[in-house]
Design a protein around this ligand. Structure first.
Ligand code: UD1
Length: 427
């Protein structure tokens, strides 16, 4: 298994290109199942999860045409996805277990083919992560749902019918699945307490470009009028706000200065506010955002993860690395996932002073971290260790790099181009 080796202590200087958002790209790819015409998606990141979704769609009968757009470059890939006929309606365990977002084919398969069989994702490192909200809401649209041998078996022989759905809690994937199901359902659907994440709005905009009728995009109430059919479209994926926040934290933790090209300020509101509070200056540049520390030291911060527009749970681990070397104490509360502090013991092995009490972590800043052998079991936890390694004295070795490859495109290349001493060790 590959490892990442970092010799910390070098301030990062230079330009980093922000890629397309993984979490926007995955539902957009699934939306291709809704039409027999071609959906052309551009600015897709080069990531393992994107290839996994492409493999799943190909299994279902989608023709996946990729152009060789700037291989290894920063322009992003373009996929032409054509689901002339949906030949299979099963998302097998082997793919769903690799990537939970595979469940996003459930809504579109039900809408287009009136049936779907999708493996239950099961638990994952950051919590139990059920899909009960997706299933209950799809049942409200008239789907008959059974669980059998680890699979969800859903059928709506006469097609789905619009309904008024109130989500009991905010779910990004649940909102996306229901949005894709409702666009072809008969009549009107209201999705109340819908997720407002920019990735949800991106999907809603793409569906609108394909002929769907959706009102309330960007709000917590989405009103959908079902249409007979959708057509093809060309759509560019929004830049990745979590990649943006992660590299902003990298500039701050190394006391460097980065320009994040392609980053959009409106996507990182709360993260930018938190970084500003910590003593980081974020400024708009003609092509993105500039990030540097305002003065010498970082300051402790209080953060609670919340659905958008609150502080994203996908930035919680990275902000904790920053807090670990900030002056004073920080309080970081995780309100979305019940088990998302796996990075804490690893950061402590690097010299951080962190105590977890239930859903909150108290981080007492230390003057510096020291390199160590570390390992993490999810994507954002892994990258928080990269950040800590970039700031630490000495050598850090990060094991289980495949998590990073699921969400960060050419991480070590992007960082080393800005002066980081980071390399991948194959094996
Ligand atoms: C998406 C993101 C993930 C991010 C998360 C929260 C993708 C591919 N992934 O995940 O990176 O961390 O949003 O911003 O976009 N829940 C239930 N029942 C359900 C669905 C969710 O109890 O049926 C719970 C979850 O366990 C969690 C909370 O609701 O505690 C939010 O989860 P959700 O917003 O659905 O996350 P995902 O869509 O899986």
């Amino acid at each position: 298994m590959d490892r990442i080796l970092i010799n910390g202590g070098t301030p990062l200087e230079g330009v980093i290109h922000i890629g397309g958002a993984k979490n926007a790209a995955l539902p957009l790819m699934a939306a291709s199942l809704l039409t027999g015409e071609t959906l052309e998606l551009s600015n897709l990141p080069h990531l393992v999860d994107i290839s996994t979704m492409a493999r799943l769609l190909a299994k279902l009968g989608v023709e996946v045409g990729m152009n060789a757009n700037a291989p290894g470059g920063h322009a992003g890939r373009t996929f032409a996805l054509t689901a002339k006929t949906v030949t299979h309606t099963t998302a097998p365990y082997e793919l769903v277990r690799r990537m939970r977002a595979s469940v996003l084919v459930l809504g579109p398969l039900l809408a287009r083919s009136h049936r779907a069989r999708v493996s239950l994702p099961g638990g994952c490192a950051i919590g139990t992560r059920p899909i009960d909200l997706h299933l209950k809401a799809l049942a409200q649209l008239g789907a008959d749902i059974k669980l059998s041998e680890g699979y969800v078996e859903a059928a709506a022989p006469g097609g789905l019918k619009g309904a008024h759905i109130v989500f009991p809690m905010v779910s990004v994937g649940g909102t996306e699945n229901l949005l894709m199901a409702a666009v072809l359902a008969k009549g009107k659907t209201v999705l109340a307490n819908a997720a407002r994440e920019p990735e949800v709005s991106d999907l809603a905009r793409c569906l609108s470009a394909m002929g769907a009728s959706i009102e309330g995009i960007g709000t917590d109430t989405l009103r959908i009028k079902g249409v007979e059919g959708l057509h093809g479209a060309n759509y560019a994926v929004i830049p990745d706000r979590i990649e943006t926040g992660t590299y902003a934290a990298a500039a701050a933790i190394t006391d460097g200065q980065l320009e994040l090209r392609g980053a959009r300020p409106e996507l990182i509101g709360t993260v930018a506010e938190t970084l500003t509070e910590a003593g980081v200056e974020i400024s708009e540049t003609p092509r993105g955002l500039g990030v540097a520390r305002r003065q010498g030291t970082l300051k402790g911060i209080d953060v609670m993860t919340e659905p958008f527009p609150g502080f994203p749970t996908d930035m919680q681990a990275q902000i904790m690395s920053l807090a670990a070397v900030a002056e004073g104490a920080s309080m970081i509360t995780e309100s979305i996932f019940e088990n998302r502090f796996m990075h804490v013991p690893e950061l402590c092995r690097m010299g951080a002073n962190i105590n977890v009490h239930g859903a909150s972590a108290i981080v007492r800043g230390v003057p510096g971290l020291a390199g160590a052998q570390v390992m993490a079991t999810d994507l954002r936890a892994s990258v928080s260790l990269v950040l800590a390694g970039l700031a630490a004295k000495g050598e850090t070795v990060i094991n289980r790099v495949y998590h990073l490859d699921r969400g960060y495109e050419r991480l070590e290349e992007k960082l080393s181009a800005c002066g980081a001493k980071i390399q991948r060790i194959k094996g």
